[in-house]
Design a protein around this ligand. Structure first.
Ligand code: SAM
Ligand code: SF4
Length: 356
């Protein structure tokens, strides 16, 4: 097992026609930096995907039919995930984000949350969800130990939501958001993947959600992971500079707001007078590989170094049967060394399979 040679690591392309000075400067700054983190001490967060299944079929994430799910017997069980988390904590990786697929489809995921919460040294526990089942689960998740949730919501229009998810009702998501905030899982984050043919005309309206509420709205550049590009049938990528420009054209200049709560990759800003923040995850136009502080655990136990590049280490043999604690620790150290200097332009696996 070895990291890819530098010659196989391609630099992302920044579209000169739309990249503004800030993005170009950011890309230049990153290009000047040495290799991304290769040291386990730099890792702060483990994203734990508990299932690849989902109750929605977002057009950019999954086909309408024909997904091949991981057999249930191949999923890590909660004891196995907890053992891995214990090792992670020993290595200084203390924050855990539960994700999927749709994590609330994993039966009694609250039990896993409670098991992680009980681990000595466990830091922040958070969860990313499409919100459909959140209304009835929010209080239980909070009681089990989830401190914050991220809800994915790509449109504010009911008709579009239905079309984009092929099946969902947007009211369910808003009920989920209200329940999460009522349960104290704040500040809540809303993730918006910006799509050329889907919602680019709504970014200023989404930004407005931060005016009255202490929420983070985070705009994510579309990433060509797995079949995503083929699924959408056209290039849906909208660069950060264009998204920001569309927001500023309506709301005026955004002011940098620091990294603040959380440990994520987003760069944060605030509209004048707004309570919440606006974040941008510009993984394509200005990658942040050099400051990436996370690893990902797939539902079947692959420890993955990067969302895009394929470097991963199989933890399942190490946690099934008799636990080999030293080998597990070494696997984490080996995995972080597989992180690319800069990720490739395409990812080999769908976000839902890795844990976005
Ligand atoms: N089902 C949950 C949800 O939607 O929040 C958790 C898993 S989902 C894979 C995590 C995040 O990945 C969501 O915000 C989703 O919009 C985003 N995502 C999925 N495919 C993507 C892609 N090709 N590019 C950018 N973001 C993507
Ligand atoms: Fe499901 Fe999340 Fe993918 Fe949408 S983005 S299909 S909600 S896993």
């Amino acid at each position: 097992m070895s990291a890819k040679p530098a010659s196989q690591r391609s630099l992302p392309v920044v579209d000169g026609s739309v990249a503004d000075a800030a993005v170009a400067a950011e890309a230049g700054r990153l290009a000047d930096q040495a290799a991304g983190p290769r040291d386990i001490a730099a890792v702060r967060t483990l994203r734990v995907s508990v299932t690849d299944r989902c109750n929605l079929r977002c057009t950019y994430c999954m086909p309408a039919e024909g997904m091949k799910w991981i057999p249930k017997g191949d999923l890590l069980d909660f004891e196995e995930i907890t053992r891995i988390a214990r090792t992670a904590i020993d290595l200084g990786i203390t924050n855990f984000k539960i994700t999927g697929g749709e994590p609330l489809l994993r039966q009694q995921v609250e039990d896993l949350v409670a098991m992680l919460r009980a681990l000595p040294g466990c830091g922040e526990l958070s969860l990313t969800t499409n919100g459909i089942l959140l209304a009835e689960r929010a209080a239980g998740l909070r009681a089990a130990g989830i401190e914050r949730v991220t809800v994915s919501l790509d449109t504010l229009r009911a008709d579009r939501f239905r079309a984009l998810t092929r099946t969902g009702h947007i009211e369910r998501v808003w009920e989920g958001i209200a329940a999460a905030e009522a349960a104290g899982m704040t500040p809540l984050k809303i993730n918006v993947v910006v799509l050329r043919d889907g919602n680019v005309d709504e970014v200023a309206a989404f930004a407005d959600l931060t005016r009255e509420h202490k929420r983070d709205v985070r705009f994510i550049e579309f990433m060509p992971l797995g079949q995503s590009k083929a699924l959408t049938g056209a290039d849906q990528f909208v660069p950060y500079a264009e998204i920001r420009g569309a927001i500023e054209a309506v709301h005026g200049p955004l002011v940098e707001a620091g990294r603040g709560v959380g440990h994520g990759p987003a760069r944060h800003f605030r509209m004048a007078g707004a309570r919440g923040r606006i974040g941008f995850i510009h993984a394509m136009s200005a990658p942040f590989c050099s400051t990436c502080n996370r690893l990902r655990l797939t539902p079947e136990g692959q420890l993955r170094s990067c969302l895009f590049d394929g470097g991963e280490v199989d933890l399942r043999p190490l946690v099934r049967g008799s636990l080999r604690a030293d080998a597990l620790r070494q696997a984490f150290v080996d995995c972080v060394r597989l992180k690319p200097d800069r990720h490739q332009m395409y990812g080999n696996r769908q976000m839902s399979q890795i844990g976005g």
